[in-house]
Design a protein around this ligand. Structure first.
Ligand SMILES: CC(C)(COP(=O)(O)OP(=O)(O)OC[C@H]1O[C@@H](n2cnc3c(N)ncnc32)[C@H](O)[C@@H]1OP(=O)(O)O)[C@@H](O)C(=O)NCCC(=O)NCCS
Length: 185
């Protein structure tokens, strides 16, 4: 896969079950495994998630975007309403939030500005719904690169908590803060 040195324009499309083999392949990338768990022994991220099942279960409260640059898939985002999505991963949490998880798939697509563009598109889409007050994200406490990435986008740390075995640093971006950044851009 050849990519230009600076970021091309990214677009988002909904994931389909046809993306399942590619997503399973990305789950074996070391940088994806590392963001999914602090366990050093893992060979695959996300407990070998069944992507066909996962994407088939998409709904208005939990779905996946595939990001493409120059027509090639380069990343994925899960977007959910943490108050309403059926797994209740976030536990007790207020309504009116959106939770986002993001990862770049091919290692050579890292650090080219794609993630920043992806988050910009996803946040604009999320805040287009007037009911959404803020976005929350749960990187591992150990994932310093992701903290820097989110904080550069305006997220702030609001707490540290365990999700099962995962020690996470919760980040949050308020609607007003995102709108102020967009207005200043
Ligand atoms: C976190 C992640 C999604 C960020 O995506 P990304 O596309 O690599 O991010 P960007 O390229 O927009 O920004 C990363 C760095 O590249 C730099 N950059 C941005 N545009 C660039 C460009 N055109 N050329 C070169 N570098 C660029 C940014 O300044 C940033 O620098 P920093 O690390 O010093 O802050 C990606 O690193 C990733 O998938 N990591 C593994 C999974 C993960 O940790 N996900 C988060 C789980 S919560």
């Amino acid at each position: 896969m050849s990519l230009s040195p600076s970021a091309s324009r990214v677009s988002l499309r909904p994931a389909t079950v046809a993306d399942a083999p590619m997503l399973a392949d990305w789950d074996r990338q070391p940088h994806v495994i590392a963001c999914s768990s602090d366990r050093p022994d893992l060979e695959v991220a996300f407990d070998d998630r069944d992507w066909v099942e996962e994407i088939a279960a998409s709904s208005d409260v939990s779905f996946y975007w595939i990001a493409e640059a120059e027509g090639r898939p380069i990343g994925v985002m899960q977007v959910c309403d943490p108050h309403r999505e059926p797994t209740h991963y976030w536990g007790e949490i207020e309504p009116g939030l959106v939770a986002i998880d993001i990862w770049i798939g091919p290692a050579e697509a890292l650090n080219r500005g794609y993630g920043t563009q992806m988050m910009g598109l996803a946040l604009d889409a999320a805040f287009a719904d007037p009911a959404v007050t803020a976005c929350v994200i749960d990187p591992l406490n150990s994932n310093a690169d992701a903290h820097r990435f989110y904080q550069r986008l305006g997220f702030t740390v609001v707490g540290r908590r365990m999700f099962d075995e995962d020690d996470c640093l919760i980040h949050r971006l308020e609607r007003a803060d995102w709108q102020a950044r967009r207005a200043a851009a």
